[in-house]
Design a protein around this ligand. Structure first.
Ligand SMILES: [Zn+2]
Length: 166
């Protein structure tokens, strides 16, 4: 072979607090990490990636991975709530919890439900109504039945698609 292939590349990550400001003062975030909030956020890494999608947490080292496309074009409230959601996964990772437990469906997975609980509580505090919260919760890998199940677990009133604001 005459080609050269690097075999020791690293994923490029950045300090979370370099890009995301003020999260250490958000009550919803403090309720996740308590007195360790600043320390955790200061040590947290974020990766901007080229995939189509939203964001997630690496189950290898617990850093946040965000779709650059989503960050640049997505709805700001959705992005904010997603960050709250992912920070819960960061905490779960730190606790040694398995983030992608295949024994559960997505909407039945305890780690997801805990993350959604925090995001929905913050959504309600911001004054989002049930319709808007349903719109936020619904993703393309969830059908209306899944959404109904999730809203029931989270204590959000299910608003049918045709009555949802878009
Ligand atoms: Zn999640």
């Amino acid at each position: 072979m005459k080609v050269k292939i690097p075999r020791n590349v690293r994923i490029t990550t950045h300090s979370f607090t370099k890009f995301f400001k003020g999260f250490e003062k958000v009550e919803a975030v403090k309720s996740i990490f308590g007195e360790k909030t600043e320390e955790v956020l200061n040590n947290l890494q974020v990766e901007f990636a080229g995939f189509r999608g939203y964001m997630g947490v690496s189950d290898i080292d617990g850093h946040i991975i965000i779709s650059a496309r989503y960050l640049n074009n997505g709805d700001l409230i959705d992005i904010y709530l997603d960050i709250i959601h992912e920070l819960v996964h960061v905490k779960q990772f730190m606790e040694g919890k398995k983030l992608f437990d295949d024994r559960y469906s997505y909407v039945g997975r305890p780690t997801e439900i805990e993350a959604y609980r925090h995001a929905v509580a913050e959504a309600k505090r911001l004054g989002l109504d049930d319709s808007r919260i349903c719109q936020y919760l619904k993703t393309e890998w969830m059908n209306e039945k899944d959404l109904k199940k999730l809203t029931k677990i989270l204590g959000v009133k299910y608003v049918p698609l045709e009555k949802r604001c878009v």
